[in-house]
Design a protein around this ligand. Structure first.
Ligand code: ZN
Length: 250
């Protein structure tokens, strides 16, 4: 069966500051930031890329963000609608360990969880400016600890299945990674927060590509943009409403 990607919509952060999406742009503007769990089918088992946030209650309590998730967008409901039993998923890839990308890793009891070694190290001891997004603070267990015993670290670019490979794309965080999928209509890149919205990849009059609002190393970020250009893939951003509107990339 040919490889295909489905973007499962698992909630929306509403009225979110746009400056978190586009570096140095959007002050005073708010946008809807969709949370996406990507499903790759067509290989010998389903692969999940990123697992989204916790519940609206947990999101509000831990992060103070208004977050909307109608019942059909609950991760288990979205998986069921896509015809996937979480127990069949043998591989989860976290593009990075920010809370909105890994808070449901525990829904996949039989999956290895692939994370860049550098990302895991950074999540344990992030800079003070990044502690919030890794939930590295007193009194709570960080989201990325869910399924911790099944985390397998990877370093750099790694093939994980015929036609599916991890590519290291640092800059948004030290161990950010994307996933290239060789679907029949061409290779696609699930870009993680290296490309948050289409606007980030499309750029503007000043920049060919616009980093996200969150950056740990701007040199790395632009090197990752260069690397994506070399890959020659269609880029799938991590939080753009247009991605869930399209839904399927095959
Ligand atoms: Zn992030």
């Amino acid at each position: 069966m040919p490889l295909a990607i489905r973007a499962l919509h698992v909630g929306t952060m509403v009225d979110h500051p746009k400056r978190s999406v586009t570096f140095g742009r959007g002050d005073g503007i708010t946008v809807d930031v969709v949370v996406i769990m990507f499903l790759i089918t067509g290989g010998d088992h389903p692969i999940i890329v990123d697992t989204g946030t916790g519940s609206p209650e947990e999101t509000l309590a831990r992060h103070g963000f208004p977050f909307v998730r109608p019942p059909e967008q609950a991760p288990l409901a979205a998986l069921a609608a896509a015809g996937v039993d979480p127990a069949e998923v043998k591989t989860v890839v976290n593009t990075h360990l920010h809370w909105d990308h890994c808070s449901n890793n525990d829904l996949f009891p039989n999956a290895r969880i692939l994370v860049q070694k550098e990302e895991l190290a950074y999540a344990i001891d992030p800079l003070p400016t990044n502690q919030w997004t890794y939930e590295r603070r007193a009194g709570i267990e960080p989201c990325w600890m869910k399924g911790f015993d099944r985390i397998e670290t990877v370093e750099g670019d790694v093939d994980i299945m015929p036609g599916v490979r991890i590519v290291h794309l640092p800059g948004h965080s030290p161990g950010s990674q994307g996933v290239v999928v060789d679907a029949p209509s061409g290779p696609y890149l699930i870009a993680g927060d290296c490309v948050t919205y289409h606007e980030n990849w499309d750029g503007d009059e000043r920049l060919a590509h616009i980093p996200s609002g969150g950056v740990t190393n701007m040199h790395d970020f632009f090197a990752s943009f260069d690397k994506i250009e070399q890959l020659g893939c269609t880029v799938i951003p991590s939080h753009d409403p247009r991605v869930v509107a399209r839904g399927v990339f095959a």
